[in-house]
Design a protein around this ligand. Sequence first.
Ligand code: MIC
Ligand code: SF4
Length: 643
Amino acid sequence: MGLNLVQKIIKEHLISGEMIPGKEISIRIDQTLTQDSTGTMAYLQFEAMGIPRVKTKKSVAYIDHNTLQAGFENADDHKYIQTVAAKHGIYFSRPGNGICHQVHLERFGVPGMTLLGSDSHTPTGGGIGMLAIGAGGLDVAVAMGGGPYYLMMPKVCRVVLKGKLQPWVAAKDIILELLRILSVKGGVGKVIEYAGEGVKTLSVPERATITNMGAELGATTSIFPSDEITREFLKAQDREEDWVELVADDDAQYDEEIVIDLDKLEPLAAQPHSPDNIAKVSEIKGLKVDQVAIGSCTNSSYVDMMKVAAILKGKTVHPSVSLVIAPGSKQVLTMLAQNGALADMVAAGARILESACGPCIGMGQAPASNAVSLRTFNRNFEGRSGTASAKVYLVSPEVAAASALTGVLTDPRELGEAPSIKMPERFLINDNMVIPPAPEGSDVEVVRGPNIKPFPINKKLPDTVSGKALIKLGDNITTDHIMPSNAKLLPYRSNVPYLAEFCLTPCDPDFPKRAKENGGGFIIGGVNYGQGSSREHAALAPLQLGIKGVIAKSFARIHMANLINSGILPMTFADEADYDRIDAGDELVLENAREQVKNGSELVLKNKTKNIDIKVKMSLSQRQVEIILAGGLLNYTSASAGK
Ligand code: MIC
Ligand code: SF4
C-alpha cells in the first residue's frame, strides 16, 4: 500500500511506536526554531538539561515578538537569547530580520525534514514540504538536546484543491473556507495534506499562508507536496540544493477527504471573535472600518506586499482609517525599498512598522474603543488586539488594502482588474542579520538580566488531590484568555511569578487572588480548552497559582501537552453532561490519585459539595502517565537520568 506525504516523513523519522492514528509515536527532529517570547523559557530549560551543544541539523533563535523595548526587560531577554544561542550552537536571527516563520521559510526550511518550533504557527514550514510542528518550549528544548518528540500519530485529512483561484481571490480565502468547513476544532488529531491540480497554481508563500493558518483548525500540522514550484522558490532563494521531490504515492490512503473548488471561492472574512466565524465579504461589505493592519506570519510575503503596494499606488488611505503595514522579513522589506513599492505605500499614507509580529500579538497599534479592525493575521480572539471592545476581522491582503482606501469593508472584485504580481526569479539574499553560533561555545558567557526569574516546578503527584473548582469557563477558551499577551505583559515572559497575577483575568479579574487564597484548586472548561498559542506560560502561570488539574470537555493539542509537561492533570468528562454537575466553588477531590492515574484512563472525581461521583478520563500514553506521576517532564527526565 502506498504512503501519503505525512506517513513518508514520519516513517523516515520514526524512533518509537506504530504509525496507527491515536497511538503515541516519537520522531527525530531535524530543525528547531524558537522566538523570543517562548524562547527564554525554552533556553532556560535547555540549560537545565546540561547539554553543551544542540544535536539538531539546524536550530535557530528568532527575535520577532517583543521588539518594542519599552523597558529593560525584553532587551535583557534578547541579550540572554543571543548569548545562550552562541554558546550552545544555535543560529541567532536578530531583531529586525523578520518574523520567524517567514524567515525560516525563506532561508532555512528544507522539504522532507522535521521542524519543531516553540510557536503554534510553526506549520508555516508545511508550505515548503516540511513536517513542521508547534510545541511548548520544553519539548523544543528536549529536541535541541537530541531527544525524540512524542506525539499522537495523527489522522491524515486530504484536502483536494480543484481548479484555480479567480482574480482578487487569495490563498487566505482557501484557508478561511477550510475553517468554515471544519471549525477551530475540526483539525484536532489530524494533519491536513493538500493535493489536487490547484496545488500547482499556488506559490510557496501562498501555500505557507494556508499551512500557517492550519494552526487555527487545531491541526497537528498541514503540508503541501514539494514539487517544481518548491524547487523554483528554493532556487530563487539560492538554495536549490535543499530541494527534494516529495509527493504522495498514487495509491496513498487517507482518513478523510475534503474537496475545495477554487474557481468557486470568493473573498472571505473571519468575523469577531473567532477565526472560524466566516462570512463572504460580498455579504457583509459596507461595514465602516477604523483600522487596517497588514502583515503577520500569515500574509507578509513579498508577493502579498507587492499586491498591497499596487492597490495603494497613487491613491490615499481613507481619512478615517489608520493603515499599518509590517513586511514579514528584512528580505521582503529591502526588496520593496529597492523597487519603489515601499514608496508607493508610504505615499498613500501607510504607516510602516518593523518586520516583526507587532500588532498581531498586541504589541502596539491597539485599535480605538469599539473600533472595527481588518487584519491579514490569523487570530481575532477577543481582546488580543489590546482593546477588549475592538472587533477584529481576518481578511486577505487584497481585501485589507481595498478597504483601507474606501473606509468600508470592500469586495476587491469591485476595483476592476487585479494587479498581476510575479514571484521574483531571485530574491535579495543577505543573511547578515543571522549570527552563526560561536565555534567554541564554552568561551561564551551567558548574560542574564534581573527580569529572568526561576520558573515553577511541580512536585510528584500526591495520593490525594483536592481543592475547589476555582472558575467555570465556556467553550473554546484560548491561551490568550489563560495567559494574556500584550505590550504590558510580553516583557515578563521570563518572570512567571509576575505573569501569574494576570492568569485568566480576561475571564475573571479576581482569579489569581482567589487561587492563591485557596492554595490552588481546579479549573473547569468546555470544549477545545487552551486553543491557540503554544505558550507554556498558559500552564506555568496556573502551576504558579497552585492549579492541580483542569477538567474540560476537550483540550487543544499543544496546551494539553504543556499541562502534562507541568504535571497538571488534564481531565475530560467521561459524560459531557457532567459539566453541569460542577459549579464554581464546589470542593473536588481525587482520592488515591496515584493509583487511579496508574490504573487507567477512567478516574472517579468526587464532588464533595454535591456529594456525587463524576467520571473523568485522562487519555495518556504510558510515558505521559509517568510524567504526571513524577510531577512534570523536568522531574521525570531527572528521575530517568538518575536511574
Ligand atoms: C501567538 O500567535 O499567539 C504567538 C504569540 O505567536 C504564540 C506564541 C507565544 O505566545 O509566545 C503562538 O502562537 O504560539
Ligand atoms: Fe507572530 Fe502573530 Fe505569527 Fe504569532 S501569529 S508568530 S504573534 S505574527
